[in-house]
Design a protein around this ligand. Sequence first.
Ligand SMILES: [Zn+2]
Length: 117
Amino acid sequence: MQKAKREFFKKKLLKMRAAILDKAKKLKEDSYALGTDGIQDMADAASNAYNADILMSLSDNDLNLLKDIDSALDKLGGGTYGVCEECEEPITEKRLDANPVARYCINCQRVSEEKGT
Ligand SMILES: [Zn+2]
């Protein structure tokens, strides 16, 4: 994959990541707004810290997505981004564009879905 493309996907992934963390912070702030011991914690929530406490507000789906994003970013750094984890063939850019955290090519994805995993 070309460097420009990698940069493109990196930006996309970082944006997705920021959106999830933002959502987590909002969820946390909302839950504190309903509570009684909010004042001190609101200050915490306002910081940009990425901590386990904030992540606890997220659904499993969002947490999984966050993990996928982190591993995709790892792969971008290691130069294996966009390679199918199953057959090691390149994943099409069209597919990555639609789903930047895709781990498998369309064929392997289909096979795994048919198996129900
Ligand atoms: Zn594959």
